[in-house]
Design a protein around this ligand. Structure first.
Ligand code: HEC
Length: 141
């Protein structure tokens, strides 16, 4: 049975509220569809700096350049803490906050693995970190 025959089967008095309700749902959906993406006021300079540092980290890990890789991991750690604070201030984007926190945690692990010279694991953690960048960009950009 389709929706039309269902509606026609109802007494007239009960049909109208259903139709009005349907129209309201449609309106809510179209309003939602038109609303612009949330303005997250992300600092582009911070993001570009993050990208530079992340690229530098990747090559320093590949070259097993311990001091350079440690500098990059520590810098990224500070940048992600800033990003976390930004999402805390924004409030209603728990997924963004969670991804920023995940990134911060990864930079701490990176610091540990590079310190102990475990470049294989550090490489994997670097890939995980880049995937976290992507997850957040897919969600918010
Ligand atoms: C928690 C979310 C989040 C994480 C994690 C994140 N970003 Fe972003 N990034 C954003 C958002 C949101 C924008 C879009 C800002 C805009 O266009 O207003 C952005 C934009 C960018 C841009 C574009 C800047 C431009 O000129 O338009 C670059 C580059 C970038 N991010 C690099 C990175 C790198 C590299 C990482 C990981 C090391 C990363 N981001 C992690 C949220 C995130």
């Amino acid at each position: 049975m389709n929706i039309k025959t269902q509606l026609c089967g109802l007494p007239k008095i009960r049909r109208l509220p259903l139709i009005l309700f349907g129209l309201c749902c449609g309106l809510v959906f179209s309003l939602n569809a038109k609303s612009p993406p949330a303005d997250l006021a992300i600092d582009i300079d911070l993001m570009n700096f993050m990208e530079e540092t992340n690229d530098s980290l990747t090559s320093n890990i590949a070259l097993k350049n311990r001091d350079g890789a440690l500098d990059d991991a520590r810098l990224l750690n500070e940048l992600f803490i800033l990003l976390e604070e930004h999402f805390i201030e924004l409030g209603d984007h728990p997924e963004g906050l969670q991804l920023a926190k995940k990134s911060t945690a990864l930079t701490i692990k990176l610091n540990d693995e590079i310190t102990s010279g475990n470049y294989k694991l550090a490489t994997q953690l670097g890939i995980n970190l880049s995937n976290t960048c992507k997850s957040c960009h897919e969600k918010f950009k």
